[in-house]
Design a protein around this ligand. Structure first.
Ligand code: GLU
Length: 550
C-alpha cells in the first residue's frame, strides 16, 4: 500500500465504498435540454427570513421557466446553532408562499426524491467517501493544530501584514507522514482533514456569474478544512459533494459566498466533477437614514417572514412584490398580463439587480392592492377569517357571527367589473369595514365646511321620507337629486360649477351628508350598496342619530 492509501485507511477506516458507488446511485438526471436544476440549502439556525424566501423564489422560478427541478436541502452541519422547529418553519413557510418543492424536504420531517438523503447530517458517509478518495490521491491530509496554534499563526500573519490563513509555509501539517499521524492519533489528539491545495495566489481564475457577469479572482491556495474533527464536512466540501451528486445545474445563492468560489471551483476540479453554473444573488437592501444597507435579521422586523403574516399581507402579494425586485422586466410584464400567475413569467437571471434591490413597503402596498382587489368576496372571506383567527380574535368573532352578511359586505365594489383598490393587507380590514358591523361602528356627524347643519338636517328628514331600500343606484341618486332641487342645491355638479352663487351646493354634497350619517365617514365604497347591505332599519337608525346630533 502506498503511504497515501495507508493514510486514508488510518483516518477513515470504516469507509469501504468508493465515489463510483455514489456516482452510479445518483445518475445524471434525464431532463430536457436547457432544464435547470436549482435548490435552496437553508441551515435551520433561524426562522424563515426574507433573504431565504427571495432566494427560494429566484431558484423556483428559474426551474419553472426551464421545466427543471427545484429542491430543498437542509444544511444542518452546525448543530450548536440549530433551533427547534427551524426546518418546519422554513419548509412550511415556503409552502405558504406557494413555492412548490419538487424534491427534498417537503415538510419538517418528510423528504422525497431519488437524490437523498437531503439533510447533511444524514450524509456523513458520503462525504467521508469522497474525502477518503482525496487522501488516497495525496490531496488531503490530517491537521492536528489546536485553536491556540491557529490563533498564534494568525497573530504572526497579522503582525507581518500578511494574508491570514492556513496556506504555504503556515500549513503546518501539509507534509505529515502516516507514522506521525498515527502517533498523534494514538495519543488521542483530535484532527480535522484539510485539502492539500495545489493552487497558487499568483494564478487567476475567471468565471461567468449568471447574475453578476464575468468575475476574476486569485486561485485558492488555502488548505481549508474539508471534514471537521467530528467527521462532519464544512460548507465548502458539503456544497461540492451535494450539488454534484444531486445534479444541480445552477447554484443560485447569496452573494456572501462569492469570495468562496475559488475554493469551490478548485474542489470540483480535484474531485473530477463537472463544473456548474453559479449565480450570486445580491441581498435585499433597505434605506436607513438615506443610506442603503442590507436588511438585517437583528434590526428589521420585515427581515422575518412572520412579519408579513402578522400584518396580513397575502402571500401572493409578497411574492408578486418580490418578483418586482427580482426582475427589472417583471412590472412591464405584469402590466401587459394583469391576470396571469407570476409563474408564467419568463425569468432571466441577467435581469436581477447586481447591487441589491431596495425593499420598499410603499411599493409592496401598491402591488398588494392590485392583487387583493382581484380576490372575490368568498376568497376574501376565507383569507380574512383565517388571518383574524390567528391575529385578531375579536374581529374574527364579528366576521363569522353571520357569514352571509359578512360576504355581502365584502362583495361591495369587489365582485364587479372594476373592483375598488382599497385594502393592501388584512390588518387594515377592521378599520376599513368597521361601519358595516354594529360592534365596530362609531357615529361621527362632523359635516364638511360647505354644508350647514340646518340644511343637512332638512335633507336627512326629507330623505327619510322617500328612502326606498329597493332602489337601484340610479334611482337612489335620483332621489337625492330630487331633494337637492327642492332645498336650493344643484342636481348636477356641472350646473353648480357654472353658477355657484345660485346654489347652496350640489347633489354630491348631499350624498356626502348621507354617507356621514350612515357610515360616519366621508369616503367609502358605493353608498347605495352599503345601504342595501345594512338594511333599512339600521340606516334609518343611523340617520336619526345624526339628525339628533345636528
Ligand atoms: N447553508 C447555506 C446558507 O444558508 C447555503 C448557501 C447555498 O445556497 O449554497 O447560507
Amino acid at each position: 500500500m502506498t503511504d497515501f492509501n495507508l493514510m486514508a485507511e488510518l483516518l477513515l477506516p470504516n469507509i469501504d465504498k468508493t465515489p463510483d458507488y455514489y456516482e452510479n446511485l445518483y445518475p445524471v438526471r434525464n431532463l430536457p435540454e436547457g432544464a435547470r436544476v436549482t435548490r435552496i440549502a437553508p441551515s435551520p439556525t433561524g426562522y424563515l427570513h426574507l433573504g431565504t424566501l427571495f432566494a427560494a423564489l429566484v431558484n423556483r422560478i428559474t426551474a419553472t421557466s426551464t421545466n427543471g427541478i427545484f429542491y430543498t436541502r437542509i444544511e444542518d452541519t452546525d448543530k450548536k446553532r440549530e433551533i427547534e422547529g427551524g426546518i418546519e418553519d422554513i419548509i412550511e413557510g415556503l409552502d405558504r408562499f406557494g413555492i412548490a418543492i419538487d424534491e427534498g424536504f417537503i415538510s419538517g420531517t418528510e423528504q422525497k426524491g431519488k437524490y437523498g438523503p437531503y439533510k447533511q447530517s444524514e450524509r456523513a458517509e458520503i462525504y467521508q467517501t469522497y474525502v477518503k478518495a482525496l487522501i488516497r490521491q495525496g490531496l488531503a491530509y490530517p491537521c492536528f493544530c489546536t485553536a491556540e496554534e491557529l490563533e498564534a499563526v494568525r497573530n504572526i500573519q497579522e503582525s507581518e501584514k500578511l494574508r491570514t490563513g492556513y496556506y504555504g509555509k503556515y500549513a503546518k501539517h501539509r507534509d505529515i507522514t502516516v507514522e506521525e499521524a498515527k502517533a498523534l492519533i494514538d495519543e488521542g489528539k483530535p484532527f480535522v482533514i484539510r485539502l492539500k491545495s495545489p493552487g497558487s495566489e499568483e494564478n487567476k481564475i475567471i468565471f461567468e456569474d449568471a447574475v453578476k457577469g464575468k468575475i476574476e479572482m486569485p486561485e485558492n491556495d488555502e488548505d481549508f478544512v474539508l471534514l471537521k474533527s467530528d467527521g462532519i464536512p464544512t460548507y465548502h466540501f458539503a456544497h461540492a459533494v451535494d450539488d454534484h451528486l444531486m445534479r444541480t445545474t445552477h447554484v443560485l445563492r447569496g452573494d456572501e459566498w462569492i469570495s468562496s468560489v475559488p475554493k469551490h471551483i478548485q474542489l470540483f476540479k480535484l474531485l473530477g466533477f463537472k463544473p456548474m453554473k453559479y449565480g450570486h444573488i445580491s441581498p435585499i437592501m433597505k434605506l436607513d437614514n438615506g443610506a442603503k444597507r442590507k436588511i438585517s435579521k437583528r434590526k428589521d422586523p420585515e427581515a422575518a417572514v412572520h412579519f408579513f403574516a402578522e400584518q396580513g399581507y397575502d402571500s401572493e402579494c409578497v411574492i408578486n412584490y418580490l418578483m418586482t425586485i427580482a426582475a427589472s422586466d417583471f412590472e412591464d410584464w405584469r402590466r401587459a398580463n394583469p391576470d396571469t400567475s407570476y409563474k408564467s413569467f419568463k425569468f432571466n437571471l441577467k435581469k436581477m439587480s447586481v447591487s441589491g434591490a431596495l425593499f420598499d413597503e410603499a411599493k409592496l402596498t401598491d402591488v398588494s392592492k392590485n392583487v387583493v382587489c382581484k380576490f372575490k368576496s368568498d376568497e376574501v372571506y376565507d383569507k380574512l377569517t383565517a388571518w383574524s383567527l390567528e391575529f385578531d380574535k375579536e374581529f374574527y368573532d364579528i366576521l363569522t357571527a353571520n357569514p352571509d352578511y359578512t360576504k355581502q359586505v365584502l362583495a361591495i365594489d369587489r365582485d364587479v367589473a372594476k373592483p375598488r383598490k382599497d385594502i393592501a393587507k388584512w390588518n387594515e380590514a377592521k378599520d376599513y369595514f368597521a361601519y358595516m358591523f354594529n360592534g365596530l361602528f362609531v357615529p361621527d356627524s362632523t359635516l364638511p365646511e360647505n354644508i350647514n347643519s340646518a340644511d343637512a338636517k332638512l335633507f336627512l328628514e326629507k330623505y327619510k321620507a322617500v328612502y326606498n331600500p329597493d332602489d337601484d343606484r340610479q334611482a337612489w341618486f335620483d332621489r337625492i337629486k330630487g331633494i337637492a332641487t327642492e332645498i336650493g342645491f344643484a342636481a348636477e355638479t356641472k350646473q353648480y360649477k357654472a353658477d355657484p352663487d345660485s346654489f347652496k351646493g350640489h347633489a354630491g354634497d348631499l350624498s356626502t351628508v348621507l354617507r356621514i350619517a350612515v357610515t360616519g365617514r366621508r369616503n367609502t365604497p358605493d353608498l347605495c350598496s352599503i345601504m342595501q347591505v345594512l338594511g333599512k332599519e339600521e340606516c334609518i337608525k343611523r340617520i336619526d342619530i345624526t339628525i339628533n346630533s345636528l
